[in-house]
Design a protein around this ligand. Sequence first.
Ligand code: ADP
Length: 428
Amino acid sequence: MPLIGAIADDFTGATDVAAMLVKGGMRTAQMIGVPDTADEVADLDAVVVSLKSRTAPVKDACRDSLAALAWLRHAECRQYFFKYCSTFDSTDRGNIGPVADALLAVLGAGFALACPAFPANGRSVYQGHLFVGSALLNESGMENHPLTPMRDANLVRVLSRQTTGSVGLVPYATVAEGAEAIGAAMQALEESGRRYAIVDAVSDRDLRAIGAAAAGHVLITGGSGVAMGLPENFRRAGLLAEEASTGELPALAGPAAILAGSCSPATLAQIEAAREFPCLRIDPRAPPDAEALAERALAWAVAHLGEEPVLIATSAPPGGVAAVQAALGREEAGRLVEQTLARIAEGLVSHGVRKLVVAGGETSGAVVARLGVRRLGIGAEIAPGVPWTLAEGGATPLLLALKSGNFGGPNFFRDAFAKLRGITEVAR
Ligand code: ADP
């Protein structure tokens, strides 16, 4: 039976936590949505159910999260994990607080830790304040996020506004003392009636100590970082094999492509740095019709498919996005771009593409849904939080890398295919 059952509030976040568990030696699969059947998961150490609940209405986010929990409980997981963004993406209404409240209530538990820290990607928590690199969350650019603007870096306050429970803090001085001290501090907070503890963490060592301290917790909430320490608990208990699972993927013959719908600074820089790949830029206004845009892009792609991956991007800097949104409306622009890229993905696969990188969380969701993917097997990591995966359930097996917009270094696209060559050679 799986040891860990995770519920992630978006698709790329689910891949992120799944990759972390694979690195910890757990055989892990990512499910797209709540499976409607009792999928075969008995041979897995961890299962991650990916939802699209981050910005959904609170009621829908709670309903979907509880459905995921019910499915994971049916699979008899021993510990549950609620994965949200390492920048704590949420509003005063939710959805982190209400979803965590609902999960705790059903699990009959009164307390959970909350820790979004992911030092490898520059996210750290100190005295309850979330930093992105050296900037406070509310000065990191996240204060301008279109859907979840983060204007307060104090997570005790942020979470307090979202939950009916009360929120305490395990400060860094305690975290630095190690697992025992962290465990005692969490227990004291629980006994004093707190429902949550924001736990400071600035390094992987802190995250491992927090993981060890939470061995007996039925629910853990956080970014993928805090999942780092969990596999070791099960290994210590004799429930997880010593040898690490390698996350090997099969070799799939066929051309490669990159689809970018993210307009984040990291993705824009990655597109600039991938000049050696044949590249098509799409202006969603010309014409504002998903079928027509996709048809033209596919005609271009078919002529360029070959040794090098083709790159197709709608990504634009803020001024370009504003112009498109002014012409089409914000929602319609997003919908049109997502439909266009999803249709292109479908066409590329029918033209033989078997290796696909998708940049953007919402974009990834649209592509994965259109391809009919039901399950992702997790393979080697390209950059922290972004693994190659084997997509199953669609028309044909596919190697897929889903990248959250802001993840990855400037050479991410080149790194992705270099990594794949390594995998392919090993698999051969
Ligand atoms: P990220 O992970 O960076 O947030 P997403 O894919 O989640 O990326 O979000 C990017 C959003 O921007 C998507 O809804 C996409 O449809 C939209 N978008 C992409 N290109 C454009 C464009 N040129 N004009 C307007 N909106 C765009």
